[in-house]
Write a protein of this length. Structure first.
Length: 205
C-alpha cells in the first residue's frame, strides 16, 4: 500500500493518544523506521495489517471499530491534503458519490502509479430500492474502513446520517456487499472533536 494509508492510521493514533502511543504501536508491529510514513512510498500490505493488529491489542478497541475510525480519519486526511474539492464534485448525494468512487480512484491512480485500489458498484435492493454498495478488493478484512468512509462522507459532505450493514461477505460470494440506509432523524453537523471523542469512549469502555 502507498504510505498515505499508513499515515492516516498514524494521524488517528497520534491525534487521539499521543506520539508515545504511536511509537509503542510501531514497535509492537515491528515497524522499524524513524519519522512519518512517506505518502508516495509503497509499503508491504503486511506493514498496515501489523500496525492495525498492534493498535487493536494495545488500545483495547475492537478491530472493526478501529477500522471504522480509520476510515473516518482517512476521509479527514483526504480533505486536509487538498482532495476536498474532488470529493465534493463526485456527487451531491451519498448514492451519487458512491457511484462515482471508481472515478476518484482513477484520478488517484494518476498521482500514485501502481496503486491497487478497490472497486465499487451500486445496485438497489429489489424489495425496497435501498442502496447496496458492492466492494471488490484483493485485501481481506478491510470492509469496516469502507463503512467509516461512507458514514463520514454522508455526514460531512451531504449532511446525511446513514447506517451501513454488511449483508454479504467474501465467504458468501466473491466480494462484500453493504446495505446503506439513510436515518430518519438527522444529526446536526458536529465539531472536529467528534472522532477523538469516539475513540476515547471506545478505549475507556
Amino acid at each position: 500500500m502507498y504510505g498515505f494509508v499508513n499515515y492516516a492510521l498514524e494521524l488517528l493514533v497520534v491525534r487521539t493518544f499521543g506520539e508515545e502511543t504511536w511509537e509503542t504501536i510501531k514497535k509492537a508491529a515491528e515497524v522499524n523506521m524513524d519519522g512519518q510514513f512517506l505518502l508516495r512510498e509503497i509499503y508491504e500490505d503486511e506493514v498496515t495489517y501489523n500496525l492495525i493488529g498492534a493498535a487493536v491489542s494495545l488500545l483495547k478497541i475492537p478491530a472493526d471499530k478501529i477500522l471504522e475510525l480509520f476510515g473516518k480519519m482517512f476521509f479527514e486526511f483526504c480533505q486536509e491534503s487538498g482532495y476536498d474539492k474532488i470529493l465534493q464534485v463526485l456527487g451531491a448525494t451519498p448514492r451519487d458519490f458512491l457511484q462515482n468512487l471508481d472515478a476518484l480512484h482513477d484520478h488517484l491512480g494518476t498521482l500514485y502509479p501502481g496503486m491497487k485500489a478497490p472497486s465499487f458498484r451500486c445496485t438497489e435492493r429489489p424489495e425496497d430500492g435501498a442502496l447496496v454498495l458492492h466492494y471488490y478488493s484483493d485485501r481481506p478484512g478491510l470492509e469496516h474502513i469502507v463503512i467509516g468512509i461512507v458514514k463520514t462522507v454522508a455526514s460531512k459532505l451531504h449532511n446525511t446520517e446513514v447506517e451501513v450493514e454488511i449483508i454479504r461477505t467474501k465467504a458468501d460470494c466473491d466480494h462484500v456487499q453493504l446495505l446503506i440506509t439513510e436515518q430518519a432523524d438527522q444529526r446536526k453537523p458536529g465539531d472536529g472533536s467528534q472522532l477523538t471523542q469516539e475513540v476515547e469512549e471506545l478505549g475507556s469502555g
